[in-house]
Design a protein around this ligand. Structure first.
Ligand SMILES: C[S@@+](CC[C@H](N)C(=O)[O-])C[C@H]1O[C@@H](n2cnc3c(N)ncnc32)[C@H](O)[C@@H]1O
Length: 464
């Protein structure tokens, strides 16, 4: 593969504020993308999600910055370890810290002489371009101009000492697996035989999977519309499609018409497990942004209460249901906590309750590589407590003979199997039914394509 050269502008974008903050010269293109990506990575280090951070970037710059930031998050353990060796005192600007980390990673790719061992998804530039454009990036924002020398010196030293530096971090767990040490230890304890493949899978690119809205069209019709645009989509499960290559949603036919939703294959198991029938009273208790809500409504004309504590996120459920033409009478949206049943429950028990409770999201790190860096070890205990409170409240609204489905997109046992067992021990009327249990991303099955998210499913019924 040819190395991209600085003379050929891969990202031909000129930027005005805020990235060059009123400075008058037009900035070279890659430097803009590097700076935008560094700002997003710095925001993640400050606790913001990458999705939110990327939303702040001007639309024309977002795809290139996103590709760089996603690459950085998947390799951030390595970036931190090398940066620690080269920068003794943390720069007071988090953006410079992120820019240096990102540039080191890209420089490492550029300097690998064995192309066969290179991550095929890694952004590729010449070393000369990277050093030059990273230094230029410091000149795009007034508060960063004084870091020009530091960035230049660090990158040039890496060029000179790369082999020795990489040898020094060879035993660094975080650099090796690109996850925090506490996370690696937690997986090692829970999955002594498969923790390595779990960590490896978490750094792969997940497939783009869709769920066809069978109320609007057929899966074959969607496949034909895609084929007309040379897009190959393979069927799985009752309504799933997996694309041969991920591509922008806007390029796929049928989104505005409500033919399909983007939904991971593992998530598509939730709604069918509740075995709902027309006329049932159903509660989707932690519903936003509404992937599983829509699926429930595609399966049966139920009387559905849609609950989420976050009013803002609940508006996305409404938008999704409108697009999919599923917002029909009998669907009630309520912004309230599942725990405060007295504020939203009309005392009529539900036949089926979907409890897709908040969790650490440790099962979806391939799709959201920032999650591992945002979480703290203490988060597990906190979400376990919140989940317990939500589950106990929801159990009180389940009808005799009715069902409660516990779902998490986690692979930490505390939020999954241990939570399910503790629930069963607390509730004498609860009986556990057949459900997939822990679904690990490493295990493709006949039903699910490879690379699906990690989920946990436990189904309970209340003794009649
Ligand atoms: C895993 S997400 C749900 C995903 C959703 N079911 C879907 O398929 O698109 C968890 C949701 O729980 C909501 N949540 C958190 N605490 C809650 C509470 N006490 N009551 C109701 N919803 C809550 C969050 O706002 C978040 O939208």
């Amino acid at each position: 593969m040819d190395l991209a050269d600085s003379a050929s502008p891969i990202f031909p974008i000129m930027l005005t504020t805020p990235y060059n903050q009123g400075m008058n010269h037009p900035a070279p293109a890659l430097s803009n993308s590097l700076l935008a990506a560094a700002r997003a990575v710095a925001a993640v280090e400050g606790g913001q999600s990458l999705t939110e951070a990327l939303a702040d970037i001007p639309a024309e710059l977002r795809p290139s910055a996103q590709a760089l930031a996603f690459y950085a998050m998947r390799h951030w353990g390595e970036a931190i370890a090398i940066r620690r060796l080269l920068v003794q005192r943390e720069p007071s600007s988090p953006i410079i810290g992120a820019l240096v980390g990102l540039a080191l990673l890209l420089l490492d790719v550029a300097m690998q002489d064995d192309a066969s061992g290179r991550d095929p998804t890694a952004p590729l530039y010449t070393a000369h371009t990277l050093v030059d454009q990273s230094v230029q990036a410091t000149q795009l924002q007034r508060s960063l101009v004084n870091y020009k020398g530091l960035v230049n010196a660090v990158l040039r030293r890496f060029q000179r000492e790369r082999t020795a530096l990489l040898a020094q971090i060879a035993d660094d767990l975080e650099a090796q697996w690109n996850h925090p040490v506490w996370w690696i230890k937690a997986l090692k304890k829970a999955y002594p035989d498969t923790w390595q493949s779990l960590l490896h899978t978490a750094n792969q690119h997940p497939p783009l999977t869709l769920r066809v809205n069978l109320r609007q069209t057929t899966r074959e019709a969607v496949q034909q519309a895609f084929a007309a645009k040379d897009i190959v989509a393979t069927a799985f499960g009752p309504a799933g499609l997996v694309l041969d290559t991920p591509r922008p949603i806007a390029s796929l036919p049928g989104y505005d018409q409500g033919w399909w939703s983007v939904q991971d294959a593992g998530a598509q198991l939730a709604a069918p497990l509740l075995d709902i029938k027309p006329g049932m009273r159903v509660l989707d208790a932690c519903a936003a942004p509404g992937g599983k809500t829509a699926h429930l409504l595609e399966l049966a004309d139920v009387d559905l209460t849609v609950l989420d504590i976050d009013a803002q996120r609940l508006t996305r459920v409404e938008q999704n249901l409108k697009r999919l033409k599923l917002l029909r009478p009998g669907v009630k949206l309520i912004a309230e906590s599942a725990i405060r049943t007295h504020l939203w429950w009309d005392e009529k028990p539900f036949d089926a309750v979907l409890a897709d409770v908040p969790c650490t999201a440790s099962g979806i790190v391939a799709r959201h590589p920032d999650i591992r860096w945002l979480r703290r070890r203490e988060d597990i205990a906190q979400t376990v407590k919140l989940q317990r409170e939500i589950l106990d409240s929801l159990w009180s609204v389940v009808a005799p003979g009715g069902k409660l489905l516990l779902v998490t997109c986690s692979i930490f046992p505390e939020e999954c199997e241990l939570q399910a067992q503790a629930f069963l021990a607390r509730h004498a009327q609860a009986v556990r039914l057949e459900a997939p249990g822990q679904l690990l991303p490493t295990l493709p099955s006949a039903e699910l394509p490879a690379g699906h998210d990690g989920f946990f499913y436990a189904l309970f019924t209340r003794r009649a």
